[in-house]
Design a protein around this ligand. Structure first.
Ligand code: PLP
Length: 387
């Protein structure tokens, strides 16, 4: 009766059941999986959403790629990060997830083609590809003091079905940023094999130390789509404004934009109020971004200090983003450790297997939590991990 593309209801596993039990018992939980900045105790300027009520939005002017002032504001924002993009190559979407869906429709023939996805990375890719009937072929990131792309794995897994390579930089949850060399290697492979590069940069504004920002490789030798949005850059996931910048050889960009226009025109999903408000939201979101950046940096520094006292525990190096990975002794399964932490210590964390880490035992913590709760949660985690 239902399409096999729609993932079924997730079977309740031991962890979801334990979370439900803890919530039913109204236990206080230190949540180190928090990914929603709007409930993480940040102070949002009271006037931030005022422009959503601008009466200019009473007039509907359907534009497949978005209203020109909004696209220009996004292009200016790329400039802030040192990336030069022309506004006529900016396409607005309701979210990054929607941008992925548009791109799968643009680049892939359903039920035939595939995209390559990094592992470990954002778990939603499996659903996003499946819902568009697109196959996904994993390629590995390996950790040798920093995360690197396993390029040989890409070559050996590549088939003529591959239409795009997805790269997430900074990656969720590893916090790794592609080096210029890795970006170049990926782009050269895509160019040589007629595939596109999809670069998810939603965490690019959150370098964990001042030294390392996302590397910008321009000009790209292949058709390239850089994805971003207010969800992370202004801590506003509920506002629903994402975007992509289309780059690469002119002929490929023009052809892609012509076909993308039809897809965007079919849905016209970005609301007029958010487009009218976009310049003000991007400008006003800077204050929230700064607050998030200060917090993730402080929490990562605290984690580094606290983990340093536990020789059996290894904090993996992260360049940027909202999460950190800790390698812990494999004295029990990740699932058992996470359950014990929840049930005995009142701390919720993600096990590495949630993100498809290659083996056990890894724990992923969100750096978004309020500092006092974060430090207390990490203290309990470290004690439990070595107990
Ligand atoms: C790597 C990555 N890309 C995209 C998204 C989703 O962004 P959006 O809210 O714009 O769909 C997330 C959300 O956590 C993410 O981690």
């Amino acid at each position: 009766m239902f399409s096999s593309r729609v993932p079924g209801e997730l079977a309740p596993n031991r962890l979801t059941l334990a979370i439900a039990r803890a919530r039913a018992a109204e236990r206080t939980i230190l949540d180190l999986t928090i990914a929603n900045p709007t409930v993480a105790g940040f102070e949002y300027p009271g006037s931030l959403l005022k422009t959503l009520a601008d009466t200019a939005a009473l007039r509907y002017e359907p534009r497949p790629f978005g209203l020109p002032p909004a696209r220009a504001a996004v292009a200016r924002d790329y400039g802030r990060r040192g990336v030069a993009v022309n506004a006529d190559r900016i396409v607005l979407t309701a979210s990054t997830s929607e941008a992925y869906s548009h791109l799968f429709k643009l680049l892939c023939e359903a039920a035939r083609d595939a995209v390559m996805i990094p592992v470990p990375s954002y778990p939603l890719f499996e659903h996003l590809t499946r819902l568009d009937g697109v196959g996904c072929i994993p390629y590995r990131l390996d950790y040798h003091g920093r995360w690197t792309v396993e390029l040989d794995g890409i070559d050996s897994a590549w088939t003529d079905r591959v239409r795009a390579v997805l790269a997430v930089s900074p990656n969720n949850p590893t916090g790794s940023v592609l080096s210029a060399l890795e970006a170049d290697e990926l782009a050269r492979r895509c160019a040589a094999r007629g595939a596109a590069l999809i670069l998810d940069e939603v965490f690019a504004d959150f370098p964990l130390d001042a030294g390392r920002a996302a590397d910008a490789l321009q000009p790209w030798p292949c058709l390239t789509f850089r994805l971003g949005g207010l969800s992370k850059s202004a801590g506003l996931p509920q506002v629903k404004l994402g975007w992509m910048a289309v780059e690469g050889p002119d002929a490929l960009v023009c052809e892609a934009l012509a076909r993308l226009e039809l897809i965007c025109d079919t849905y016209l999903s970005v609301s007029t109020p958010v487009q009218v408000a976009a310049p003000a939201l991007i400008a006003g979101g800077a204050a929230v971004r700064q607050a998030i950046l200060a917090r993730v940096r402080a929490n990562y520094a605290a984690l580094s200090r606290l983990a340093g006292a536990y020789p059996a525990v290894d904090l993996l190096h992260a360049d940027a983003g909202w999460s950190a990975v800790i390698r812990v002794p494999s004295t029990r399964s990740e699932e058992d450790l996470v359950l014990e932490l929840l049930e005995r210590d009142g701390v919720l964390v993600h096990p590495g297997f949630f993100f498809d880490f290659p083996h056990e035992s890894f724990i992923v913590v969100s750096l978004l939590a309020a500092p006092a709760a974060f430090e207390e949660g990490v203290r309990r985690l470290l004690e439990r991990a070595v107990a």
